[in-house]
Write a protein that binds this ligand. Sequence first.
Ligand SMILES: NC(=O)c1ccc[n+]([C@@H]2O[C@H](COP(=O)([O-])OP(=O)(O)OC[C@H]3O[C@@H](n4cnc5c(N)ncnc54)[C@H](O)[C@@H]3O)[C@@H](O)[C@H]2O)c1
Length: 334
Amino acid sequence: MLKIGLLGCGRIGQVHARSIGQIEGAMVTAVSDAFEEPARDLASRTNAKAMTSDDLIASADVDAVVIGTPTDTHFDLIHLAARAGKAIFCEKPVDMSADRIRDCIKVVEETGVPFMTGFNRRFDPNFANIHARIERGEIGNVEIVTILSRDPSPPPVSYIKTSGGIFRDMMIHDLDMACFLLGEEPISVYAVGSALVDPEIGKAGDVDTAAVTLTTGSGKICQISNSRRATYGYDQRIEVHGASGMLRAENMLESTVELATATGFRRAPAQHFFLERYEAAYLAEMKHFVGMIAAGGTLTPSIIDGLRAQVLADAAALSLETGVKIEINANSGS
Ligand SMILES: NC(=O)c1ccc[n+]([C@@H]2O[C@H](COP(=O)([O-])OP(=O)(O)OC[C@H]3O[C@@H](n4cnc5c(N)ncnc54)[C@H](O)[C@@H]3O)[C@@H](O)[C@H]2O)c1
């Protein structure tokens, strides 16, 4: 039985608690939060003990930690947990700074603790199916990947101001997905962006509409389209074009019911946001974490994947700022 300590009892911490509750061979034994109430509440729902983060990490009743705290706390918690010899699942992004992630890699390598980065979208059943079929050669050599990723509505401007910007906060998932599907490291990044949804986002120094083009050493291309607004729900689609075919995953809709009348066909909106849309992915990623630790296997996405996506997000932000294509140094992701 893998005994898991949950750090952070907010939105994503509660999702992980629910997932762990469904996994044989794992249980939440301890929870912590910066505030008493969310910790007490989640402790009572999971039959776990509420304690401070320090006590949780030191507890003999905790084999692994799930870090679901705000991003700026990940660095310290990773260091503490690694030095305590605990396996670590850490939410994305590992940190907002690539250099600080490199520092985390050092402590993870020195201590040898298992580490997984929470890029949940790799575990979405449809996207995982696309990846598996690419690997099986069903569309031949991948040539061009298109990722469309749009939120239903923008977050408050107060959130935008501390988010690290659209590339590090939102597109980071898509940048990881690009690496996952291209099967090769991007070597160049070109970004454009505008504040079209809310001028206040522009005043806060960010954009709400962005497009990025990545190219790999062999010339494979990925185009990512992001918006902080989609009037029809959470828009999450992927298309991979290869030498001998194409694989495509459409949106998950609120229902499969379609109305047809003389005026045309009408379908339901896309599932509202990430909690619903990626419910299966959150469970599958946690199953992978628990299963691989039990089997002594390799955890993916790794902390190196966390760094690679961050390097690409930084490059996209720099490209937008400078208006030029940014070359990525070989090995910058490791
Ligand atoms: N993979 C995904 O789809 C996904 C989705 C949402 C959030 N996230 C990531 O998860 C992390 C948390 O995001 P959220 O939306 O759940 O935030 P949240 O604010 O809802 O929850 C974070 C919780 O952590 C607590 N906390 C703060 N410092 C702490 C500490 N040192 N020890 C213990 N608890 C502490 C806060 O009080 C809060 O309850 C962020 O890194 C975010 O980027 C990932």
